[in-house]
Ligand binder design. Structure first.
Ligand code: AMP
Length: 613
């Protein structure tokens, strides 16, 4: 598609899109929350009801002095109130900044300060306490979603109910207040400032505009990823761009969505809610897969044999279907039996109505995709970045290809650089990194293409395969970024015996580290222990050295967000060397070579994380 054929966007802004949605289907189900104690059916709100609450929040924010494009931060787990707060921010013309509930206090303070947030929605007093002793020059108020102010908060604090009451009073005095604000917001205004990891450990605020989010809504409708007939189960962190893009799709398309961020309740709840659609990071699919496979292994005997047979048959049948053929003859017959004995039960555990699932944020292992396709549970893998308002590529339900992230969305332009780096250009691409002109300039080519930092291959039909990464960041299967060089530097600064530290975790469900010890330093230490006179290899393999390093790893972990923490480490039997090709002549670590040379040590640290059939 050429640049002149731009995708038409029917709305000017997210709040404009929202008000159209409310006007079009006021009495349709919009969002549900779980009943207290999960005792009853979920509690649904119509679009009209959502409108009432969101308008009250928006008007309440204006009474606190929030003006268009001011930032308002949300620090909460995924729940319906998160969405109401966000819609309130949108209707006030302001921009949402997000903080994960798992973010450590220091980083939470950094995000609220760097974004210049005026108001913070905190899930409860405990979350608000993360900011307790900070200066927070721009912040004027805190709003608690749950609980009452404790009097120790960093700034004047009120409850969400108080804010809404103030908002209702303001709207009574000026009924046209919110519609007037919404009329003044155009597509090129700031809608969100979502923070993403930087390679140095400091997160960067990604400035995303209303037009990009409307574009996301439209392309989700055009590709059929979301449809008005769906019932969606939403648990993804709304602090991440994947969650936000879905929110825009939900408003654009108008489908009912059950919102519940409690991942531990997910499997049980799927049976109750019976959704037709769920989006997730690969980690969730790994969990379901592991549970099913280890369950079959625990059954053992004939049951395990049937399971293994069924998976083999299912995979062959689905490979035929994915190649556009219909399994016939014996395979068709066997697939029917496999389905009855094994796969129909898995589908029932996921509620029995799942049309499709979407995986994004990190690479999905092909064997997991094959397994779910075999079970009649297609996982459509997509790809994008926070910097591109999330969705950039996705596999369509009609012609998915396992191992690829599908075809480009809408009118987004794609090009591969000479080294294979995926370059993107178009409406959903960020305006830039907040207050970081140098980083922004470095993120674009001279002719305005956004550098994704991912290496890929495009086939003749436009399917993209991500094959490697150029950026110094890894992605866990939970979809979380980790900056390896930063962690390695921190570790070296806490552990004086380190020679090299190599953080591992790409597409894995936790982070690990390979460590080599400085031979002189560690031998000096060994002299003070029972290991005196032992060789480097003997010291490295000893319990004493393990305990020594373990203490430093714990010290490091105490400084890190939960998802960055080093869950396991391995002390290598020798140091890295230039001769073995693991270090460059300038002594830089060649990660790929190290990961290959010490593949067995790495595998050991991940033993049992992905069940084998
Ligand atoms: P984020 O900004 O957190 O959404 O992270 C974006 C990055 O996640 C991309 O640049 C990729 O490195 C990675 N990523 C997202 N989806 C996929 C995928 N399907 N396969 C491989 N990498 C992915």
């Amino acid at each position: 598609m050429t640049q002149t054929q731009r995708l038409e966007l029917p709305y000017r802004s997210i709040p404009d899109m929202f008000l159209h949605r409310v006007a079009e289907t006021p009495d349709a189900k919009a969002f549900a929350r779980p009943a207290p104690d999960d005792a009853d059916d979920p509690i649904w709100m119509t679009w009209r009801e959502v409108d009432g609450r969101a308008r009250a929040i928006a008007a309440g924010l204006t009474t606190l002095g929030v003006r268009p494009e001011d930032r308002v931060a949300v620090l909460s787990s995924t729940r319906l109130d998160w969405i109401l707060a966000d819609l309130g921010v949108m209707l006030a013309g302001a921009a949402t900044t997000t903080v994960y509930p798992t973010t450590e206090p220091e980083e939470a303070v950094y995000i609220v300060t760097d974004s210049g947030s005026k108001v913070l929605f905190a899930e409860n007093p405990e979350q608000a306490a993360k900011l307790k002793d900070a200066e927070l020059p721009s912040l004027t108020h805190i709003v608690l979603i749950d609980g009452a102010p404790t009097g120790t908060e960093a700034k004047p604090t009120m409850t969400l109910a108080d804010l809404e009451a103030a908002g209702r009073a303001a709207t009574e005095a000026d009924p046209g207040l919110i519609d007037g604000i919404v009329a003044g917001i155009d597509g090129d205004r700031l809608a969100t400032l979502i923070y993403t990891s930087g390679t140095t450990g400091r997160p960067k605020g990604v400035e995303l505009l209303h037009a990009g989010w409307i574009w996301q809504g439209r392309t989700q409708q055009d590709t059929g990823v979301l449809s008005a007939d769906d019932l969606q189960y939403l648990w993804l962190p709304l602090s991440h761009s994947f969650g936000k893009t879905l929110l825009c799709g939900i408003i654009y398309v108008g489908l009912p969505t059950y919102v519940d961020g409690r991942v531990d309740k997910l499997i049980d709840n799927l049976g109750r809610i019976q959704p037709t659609l769920m989006c997730a990071a690969p980690r969730v699919f790994e969990k379901v897969y592991n549970r099913v496979v280890t369950g079959a292994q625990a059954d053992g005997g004939a049951k395990l044999k049937i399971f293994t047979w069924a998976v083999g048959v299912g995979k062959r049948a689905s490979a035929e279907r994915l190649a556009g053929r219909t399994p016939g003859g014996l395979l068709k017959f066997q697939a029917g039996i496999a389905d009855k004995l094994v796969f129909s039960k898995l589908r029932a555990r996921l509620g029995g109505r799942m049309r499709a699932m979407v995986s994004g944020s990190a690479p999905l292992a092909p064997e997991i995709a094959e397994f779910f396709f075999a079970a009649g549970l297609p996982i459509l893998e997509g790809y994008g970045l926070t910097e591109t308002s999330a969705g950039s590529f996705v596999n369509r339900e009609s012609e998915p290809r396992i191992g690829t992230v599908g075809q480009v969305l809408g009118d987004l332009e794609v090009r591969l650089d000479s080294d294979g780096e995926v370059l993107l250009k178009g409406t959903p691409v960020m305006r830039g990194y907040h207050n970081l002109p140098d980083e922004t300039a470095a993120a674009f080519t001279e002719d305005g293409w956004f550098r994704t930092g991912d290496i890929g291959e495009l086939d003749d039909d436009g399917y993209l395969r991500i094959t490697d990464r150029k950026k110094d960041l890894i992605k866990t299967s939970g979809g979380k970024y980790v900056a390896p060089s930063h962690l390695e530097g921190l570790f070296k600064s806490v552990c004086p015996y380190t020679s090299q530290a190599i953080v591992v975790g790409q597409a894995r469900n936790y982070v690990t580290m390979l460590v080599t010890l400085d031979p002189d330093a560690i031998k000096g230490w060994a002299e003070t222990t029972a290991l005196a006179g032992k060789s480097y290899a003997e010291i490295a393999a000893s319990r004493e050295a393990f305990d020594l390093v373990d203490g430093y790893v714990r010290e490091l972990n105490a400084k890190l967000n939960r998802w960055e923490q080093i869950k396991k480490f391995s002390i290598l039997g020798r140091d890295l060397s230039i001769e073995d090709g693991e270090l460059t002549p300038s002594l830089k670590v060649k990660r790929r070579v190290v990961e290959k040379s010490f593949a067995a040590d790495i595998d050991q640290m991940y033993a049992g994380t992905l069940a084998e059939i």
